[in-house]
Design a protein around this ligand. Structure first.
Ligand SMILES: *[C@@H]1O[C@H](CO)[C@@H](O)[C@H](O)[C@H]1NC(C)=O
Ligand SMILES: *[C@@H]1O[C@H](CO)[C@@H](O)[C@H](O)[C@H]1NC(C)=O
Ligand SMILES: *[C@@H]1O[C@H](CO)[C@@H](O)[C@H](O)[C@H]1NC(C)=O
Length: 368
């Protein structure tokens, strides 16, 4: 068995899936924006991130398949793992019977064969060699259900990384393609769309509902964010107000700054929602405001964990408790020190001039 040196590209590929629904779409040159794949409240996604990578020191195209429900990995397959099988990636998926994993493994093995075939065909068509560079094929696809568990939408996109992509349109019948890919497998794409049109609203949704049931305590929980506003003085005298939301789940959240009831979007800097690494998420939004006008700005936080949007302002710090504590501490310290010193002096004097009472021990011997 060959051991594979981890390559930077491979690590990148493994790190790709993903902090957010459809993050691949945002990163890839595809036609979809994140919003097309964004979650509406109460909706859930099952998404598949299938990657094939090949290049120097990889013996045969390596297939890595990972499925996510929303932002949680649920099952995965790696063709170079010690035991080549689909494995649970979430503890609650272990409730599935061995037969479930056996069936999925069969499918994954079959799929890896056809993915490799496709990959080799693409390399040949593009005139790529495995000896000079790494090449990556990525398929991302998935289905979403709404609040009621019914199919909302599905998508599928195949990318030959760094080159072309082909994506199934929302009608699940036609394709949008960039570059040569569409021409290469014209008849294949017609068949593929036919298959996906049945699969995405069918078996995909079935699997998603099953996952949501098994993992409901994790997947359907709702942890509202911890929120606060920080203030930082900028060179020149304006201040930055930053509105923080931490430790929340699910990832969907909106943070907006308002001034006198109007959105303050054009000057607002807001970061992508990012994973904290413990299954929760973080985000902040910042505005630059003139010093002294801090209290005219409000931060509005909307998360399903809140019954209604939370409104925050910067809170001027209360008189500094720590600074106030110092004089108190000094006084107390002096008192304690004084008491200790007094006691020591007293003790020392006592040792030098022991009280007479103790020196005059009663003399019992005289009674015997
Ligand atoms: C596994 O596959 C067999 C045959 O296709 C099918 O009858 C069975 O229901 C499947 N079991 C599970 C748990 O998916
Ligand atoms: C401070 O903010 C005001 C508007 O909010 C802007 O016109 C001004 O240029 C800023 N000053 C500095 C030094 O950034
Ligand atoms: C402010 O923006 C949010 C979303 O960006 C929008 O939902 C809301 O209606 C806007 N409010 C006002 C007062 O414009």
């Amino acid at each position: 068995m060959r051991t594979l040196r981890p390559s930077a590209l491979l690590l990148l590929v493994l790190a790709l899936p993903l902090t957010q629904n459809c993050a691949v779409h945002q990163a890839s040159p595809g036609p979809r924006s994140g919003s097309q794949c964004a979650s509406s409240p109460g909706s859930h996604w099952l998404q598949f991130f299938d990657t094939v990578v090949y290049g120097p020191d990889i013996w045969e195209p390596r297939c890595i398949y990972v499925s996510y429900v929303d932002t949680t990995p649920v099952q995965g397959f790696d063709s170079t793992a010690a035991t080549v099988s689909v494995q649970p990636r979430a503890p609650w998926m272990e409730q599935e019977p061995p037969e479930y994993w056996h069936n999925l493994t069969e499918e994954a093995l079959y799929q890896s064969q056809s993915d490799r075939k496709l990959f080799r065909a693409l390399m040949k068509y593009y005139g790529h060699s495995k000896d000079s560079e790494y090449h990556t094929l990525q398929k991302v696809y998935g289905c979403a259900v709404g609040n009621n568990g019914n199919f909302l939408r599905g998508y599928y996109q195949l990318t030959y990384y760094g080159y072309d992509y082909i994506a199934l349109n929302e009608d699940l019948s036609s394709w949008t393609a960039e570059g040569k890919l569409a021409q290469i497998f014209k008849s294949v794409w017609v068949e593929e769309a036919e298959y996906l049109r049945t699969y995405l609203p069918g078996d995909c949704v079935k699997m998603l509902r099953r996952c949501l049931d098994l993992g409901k305590e994790t997947l359907l929980r709702s942890d509202p964010p911890q929120t606060y506003v920080t203030r930082q003085v900028r060179p020149g005298g304006n201040v930055t107000l930053k509105c923080w939301a931490l430790n929340f789940y699910p990832a969907e959240i909106t943070l907006t700054w308002q001034k006198a009831g109007n959105n303050h979007t054009q000057d607002m800097e807001v970061i992508e929602t990012r994973p904290a690494g413990d299954g929760t998420f973080q985000k902040w939004a910042a505005v630059v405001v003139p010093s002294g006008e801090e209290l005219r700005y409000t931060c509005h936080v909307n998360h399903e964990g809140f019954p209604e949007p939370l409104i925050l302002t910067w809170e001027p710090p209360p008189p500094n408790i720590f600074l106030m504590a110092i004089p108190t501490g000094l006084v107390l310290g002096a008192l304690v020190m004084g008491a200790v010193v007094t006691f020591l002096i007293w003790k020392k004097q006592r040792a030098r001039h022991p009280p007479r009472v103790t020196s005059k021990a009663p003399d019992f011997s005289s009674h015997t």
